[in-house]
Design a protein around this ligand. Structure first.
Ligand code: COA
Length: 299
């Protein structure tokens, strides 16, 4: 039976997400980390499809979806959010077919930066990406702590958070922070997050100066970005203080190993390293001291 890679349609996205969740959990359980993924409505995928339909592909075998690839573009940055093949169908060339479609997307948009976040413990994905010119840069740790343990350790934060909404957001100010941290503006992604009812956005302030932003969703912190590297530890501590007042049983974040102050804060607050991930890219980019991603798909 022939496997065809075709553009994804909106009604493919739920099934594609089921494959992604199954594929992640098969891998993380096989490597002894336990289950990592749970299903969510594919809202960001649907947003990306509306924004740029050439970034989402499915591998289809006689009407059954067995693989999914999804990339998005912001300015010069092409980011591979997901590349997954059904657990029973891996190592048969399907990932190679999907990646070639998604690299066509990067070429079409003429982006100079190509990047992704993969599992630090998956030799197959890393081998595939290295073969395509994306090289390992540094680990990114998913960190987590039970909320009741965190609450007892927190001191009064040095920086304060102010609510950010679609109505009040100064998108030009957010763009300055993103260009400083990532070298591209992510205005459309701020608009997406600010429209998501499960996510709260904040600007981060030192006195009257806006020095960064952070989003928090069900106890998960990220993305977080600050204008200066020396602010990231305090900004992360302020986000932890806010998250500690929620009802979420666990508080979590993604912390790049390049961000020593954030990693130190995570350790000081007894956060455990749960999943080691890895940033891969075709070249160095961004200031990963000052930026904590949301997850491997959103970056
Ligand atoms: C990663 C994944 C998408 C690859 O898809 P696939 O259909 O299994 O892979 P393919 O058969 O098309 O290609 C395999 C390629 O991986 C690379 N590879 C496999 N094992 C490797 C190893 N031990 N060392 C280095 N490279 C390896 C090779 O480049 C190989 O191509 P080749 O056989 O021509 O040499 C799939 O295995 C998967 O879904 N894995 C679990 C989830 C995951 O890690 N996804 C990536 C998230 S960013």
């Amino acid at each position: 039976m022939a496997v065809v890679c075709r553009p994804a349609r909106v009604d493919d996205l739920k099934r594609a997400d089921e494959i992604v969740v199954a594929s992640i959990n098969e891998l993380t359980e096989r490597r002894g980390f336990g289950k990592m993924a749970t299903s969510h409505p594919p809202n960001f995928q649907a947003f990306s499809l509306r924004d740029d339909s050439e970034g989402l592909w499915v591998a289809d075998e006689d009407g059954e979806i067995i693989g999914f690839a999804w990339s998005w573009v912001c300015g010069e940055l092409w980011f591979l959010a997901q590349l997954f093949v059904s657990p029973g169908r891996q190592s048969d060339g399907i990932g190679r077919q999907l990646i070639s479609k998604t690299f066509d997307h990067a070429r079409m948009r003429a982006t100079s930066i190509r990047a992704l976040i993969t599992f630090a413990f998956n030799n197959v994905s890393q081998g595939l990406y290295i073969r395509h010119g994306l090289f390992p840069r540094f680990p990114i740790y998913m960190v987590s702590v039970p909320r009741d343990q965190l609450a007892s350790r927190l001191a009064e934060p040095r920086l304060h958070l102010e609510p950010l909404t679609a109505k009040t957001a100064r998108f030009d100010e957010l763009a300055v922070i993103d260009v400083s941290a990532l070298s591209v503006s992510r205005e459309k992604h701020h608009r997406y997050l600010l429209g998501d009812s499960t996510t709260s956005g904040f600007t981060i302030h030192a006195g009257s100066d806006c020095v960064g932003y952070v989003y928090i969703s069900e106890g998960h912190i990220g993305p977080l970005a600050v204008l200066r590297q020396d602010l990231v530890g305090s900004a992360f501590a302020a986000a932890l203080s806010f998250a500690a007042r929620s009802n979420s049983p666990n508080i979590s974040a993604f912390v790049p190993s390049a961000s020593e102050p954030a990693l130190k804060a995570a350790t000081d607050y007894a956060m455990r390293l749960t999943f080691p991930m890895l940033l891969m890219s075709n070249r160095q980019f961004g200031d990963w001291v000052s930026y904590l991603p949301r997850n491997p798909g959103f970056m």
